[in-house]
Design a protein around this ligand. Structure first.
Ligand code: NAD
Ligand code: ZN
Length: 365
């Protein structure tokens, strides 16, 4: 029997999400039914909703990839999850493909195979798609067990739902992808839900100098509270922002990150990496089709340019440790969650993000 559940549906690009009932098929082979308890509002969903993200989605769609909840039912062949388990949604880790068997990266081959072909979640009325094969902006979801990570039960749902993308992407960008070293210098462009966690990751790594860059002064204050040693507002430096950052770091930073999604800032992040060895990591998702202008000579001068999805973190095998660190107080997510909303207020939650207010809003069910 199909499972009826409430979901926030995007019928048209940029039009408000509509709360309506959808029907989920019971979990099939390798699938799991989850009752969601919390779902985070990430900027990536906004980009898809506004129609300019390279990720894209078939419409109508239930967006949302940050989620945490409880397993209600497992389909045939699911051996690593059982009803009652607390789970976080994450990018797939099937643990059997060539990529999962390699020691490199976090791109399970099923990500590429399933790209753009999210399953349909509604049987009657409109055919509705589950964004990212998940669709966490709903009371329930059915997804593959490879997209679910079982975690300890004492961890609060709202905070672990943030580990489902934003927090892990930021922490992982610093600790897993860039491997920031103790004593190094770091520049982070963009101090939102992602960038503030890059700051926390750099602090955990023991970076000596951590510079947060944002046009929003409130974000700067938060960054300093979480471990940034400096805050720079580009509006105070006109065209000379790169020059200022190079001066501040004494020649450029060992590690730079872009966590906004603007091409110009990505170029600035590369240019403020130190000649000889500076590593620039692209985290922000730029609008579809926009191209980065890179001078090959900047790379020949020893700067390295790389990008990361989910901070290079593998869900099933690495996320539980991040949850342990959260519970040990090694980083702070509680104060980054500035709003908890019911699903019916999801449009207002995104208005808050558009206005640049608050840090992370979480839908609680
Ligand atoms: P957010 O809206 O919470 O934060 C964006 C921040 O950028 C804000 O603090 C804003 O003030 C700042 N900003 C805007 N314009 C700026 C400018 N010109 N100079 C400096 N700062 C500026 O967004 P978020 O949830 O932190 O996401 C940030 C980016 O990361 C988005 O592009 C999102 O799609 C991307 N993302 C990537 C991954 C990944 O796996 N690579 C995962 C999640 C999100
Ligand atoms: Zn996200």
């Amino acid at each position: 029997m199909p499972i009826k559940t409430d979901a926030a549906i995007v019928f048209e690009v940029n039009q408000p999400m509509v709360i309506d009932q959808v029907e989920l098929d019971p979990p099939g082979e390798g699938e799991v039914l989850v009752e969601l308890k919390a779902a985070g509002l990430c900027h990536t969903d906004l980009g898809i909703w506004e129609g300019h993200s390279p990720i894209g989605a078939n419409l109508p769609v239930v967006l949302g990839h940050e989620g945490a909840g409880i397993v209600l039912e497992t389909g045939p062949g699911v051996t690593d999850l059982k009803p009652g388990d607390h789970v976080i949604t994450f990018a797939p880790e099937c643990q059997v493909c060539g990529a999962c068997h390699s020691t490199k990266g976090n791109f399970c081959e099923s990500v590429l195979a399933g790209y753009g072909s999210e399953p349909s979640i509604s049987a009657d009325k409109n055919r509705v798609f589950a964004g990212y094969g998940l669709g966490t902006f709903a009371n329930h979801l059915v997804t593959t067990s490879s997209r679910l990570v079982s975690v300890r039960k004492d961890a609060p749902f709202d905070q672990i739902s943030y580990l489902s993308c934003g927090a892990t992407t930021g922490l992982g960008a610093a600790l897993v992808e860039a491997k920031v070293e103790a004593g190094s210098s770091v520049i982070v462009f963009g101090l939102g839900g992602i960038g503030l966690n890059i700051i926390q990751g750099a602090r955990i790594a023991g970076a000596r100098m951590i510079i947060g860059v944002d046009i929003n002064e409130d974000r700067g204050a938060m960054a300093v509270r979480l471990g940034a040693t400096h805050f720079v507002n580009p509006r105070n430096h006109g065209d000379n922002i790169v020059g200022h950052l190079i001066e501040l770091t004494g020649g450029g930073a060992d590690y730079t990150f872009e966590a906004v999604g603007h091409i110009r800032l990505m170029e600035q992040a590369l240019a403020s990496a130190r000649i000889g060895w500076g590593v620039c990591t692209i985290v922000g998702v730029a609008p579809n089709g926009e191209k980065l202008g890179v001078l090959p000579f900047d790379l020949i001068m020893g700067r390295k340019l790389q990008g990361t999805a989910m901070g290079g973190v593998r869900g099933k095998s690495q996320l539980p440790e991040f949850v342990d660190w959260l519970m040990e107080g090694r980083f702070d997510l509680k104060s980054l969650i500035t709003a908890r909303l019911p699903l019916s207020k999801i449009n207002e939650g995104y208005d808050v993000m558009r206005r640049g207010e608050g840090m992370r809003s979480i839908i609680t069910f």
